[in-house]
Design a protein around this ligand. Structure first.
Ligand code: PLP
Length: 407
């Protein structure tokens, strides 16, 4: 008899987005002429940069002829992309990361989920609350937690991110965790961490022989000088951190699919007898066994982000989203709401001074606006809604007018 992976039965149904979709379609059915504006989505709305599109067209032409045709590529990614990522994302910023420490993939979600294959089944995990659900659910699937009770899994350490710590928890409450997931700029709160705050995490991890899994998917939104773009800006991070990068929000690649993971040389986990085992060769083995690389066309598109035009164009698109966020943040603050995020992130985390689902319903019914209730990201998300800046300017301006009328 085939035995199922029982861990899957522990996973809470993806209640959040199903419930949102259900409430929105009921509202739309009852109000067929209502023009609903969706401020809940975490997907980009603006098209790819022209230089990326041109590079992908050229890559298609390469594939069309015998001379420049590419079949299977290197599983770790083409050198042309790894070298540019290492230089422009790290070395030019004074950060010591080499091309052969970069592993190109089809996005950060897969890497965030797959990386924990390298660790023992008994490692203890710490996550933020609220949290990007992938960190939690992938560890539930792997059997590292007990059952879910009231929205929290037994065996996981939850680090509350709320106004009392500026939405950036420190390592004090990690208990016996071996792995901590950190995400800055954060989804969903939009908070960013300072160098001092991240340094404390790095010192904690090195002191405990623990590991930081640093998700920098929104790094390109950082505008405040001095806010770190990478965990490797901290002293000693090479010996205790893996970093995930994504071209999804950086360059509109949510549909194209490309990102990369940094696994530094010398980063280790430990065998039963305490022998250190390097993670980079293990990740190489994992990727070469289970992954066949992002497509040549995709990687040529990603490479074009690093040209001067590509940098200018992608920055302009991010500035556009940031301006959307600034306009909405200003409007909500002028209506008396506390707002975290924006500025260095596409997300606004709005203190709604009450129940997040009730506020969601109010905005839907009275303003035809869809947001994301914070409770869906974890217990500590109750009392907040997430608003995304990924939208057209027209919708953002219209949403602001509706906020003013409804709130
Ligand atoms: N990490 C965070 C925090 C995200 O919010 C997202 C996407 O929403 C991802 C990773 C996934 O990125 P990708 O599109 O590269 O898989």
């Amino acid at each position: 008899m085939l035995h199922v992976n029982e861990n899957y039965s522990k996973i809470q149904a993806s209640y959040l987005f199903t419930e949102i979709a259900h409430r929105v379609s009921a509202h739309q059915a009852a109000n067929p002429s209502a023009k609903v504006i969706r401020l809940g989505i975490g997907d980009v709305t603006e098209p790819l940069a022209p230089s990326v599109v041109a590079a992908m067209h050229r890559a298609v032409d390469d594939e069309a002829g015998r001379t420049n045709f590419h079949g299977y590529g290197p599983e770790q990614g083409y050198a042309f992309l790894r070298e540019k990522a290492a230089k422009i994302d790290f070395q030019d910023r004074g950060v010591d990361i080499a091309a052969d420490e970069i592993f190109v993939s089809d996005g950060a979600k897969c890497d965030c989920g797959n990386i924990q294959e390298l660790f023992g089944g008994d490692v203890k995990i710490a996550v933020g609350d609220p949290v990007y659900p992938v960190y939690v659910d992938t560890n539930v699937m792997a059997g590292r937690t007990g059952a879910n009770d009231g929205g929290r899994y037994a065996g996981l350490t939850y680090l509350t991110c709320d106004a009392s710590n500026g939405f950036v928890p420190g390592p004090e409450a990690t208990g016996d965790a071996d792995v901590v997931y950190l995400c800055y700029p954060n989804n969903p709160t939009g908070a960013v961490a300072t160098l001092e705050q991240l340094q404390k995490w790095v010192d904690w991890a090195n002191g405990r022989k623990a590991l930081i899994l640093f998700d920098a998917a929104y790094e390109a939104f950082i505008r405040t000088p001095g806010i770190p773009h990478s965990i490797y800006e901290c002293r000693g991070a090479r010996t205790c951190a893996i970093e995930f990068r994504s071209y999804s929000k950086t360059a509109g690649f949510t549909g194209v699919r490309c990102g990369y993971t940094v696994v530094p040389k010398g980063l280790v986990a430990y065998a039963d007898d305490g022998t250190p085992v390097e993670l980079r060769p293990m990740w190489t083995r994992r990727q070469t066994t289970k992954f066949n690389g992002a497509s040549y066309i995709t990687q040529r598109g990603a490479e074009a982000i690093y040209t001067p035009e590509g940098q200018r164009e992608t920055k302009a698109t991010i500035d556009f989203y940031l301006e959307n966020g600034r306009l909405m943040k200003e409007a909500l603050q002028s209506l008396g709401y506390g707002v975290t995020g924006g500025g260095d992130s596409p997300y606004l985390w709005v203190d709604v001074k009450g129940d997040s689902w009730a506020f969601f319903d109010r905005l839907l019914k009275e303003a035809n606006i869809v947001t994301t209730p914070g409770a869906g990201f974890g217990r500590a998300g109750e009392g907040y809604i997430r608003i995304s800046s990924f939208n057209s300017r027209e919708n953002v301006l219209e949403a602001i007018e509706r906020f003013k009328k409804a709130l």
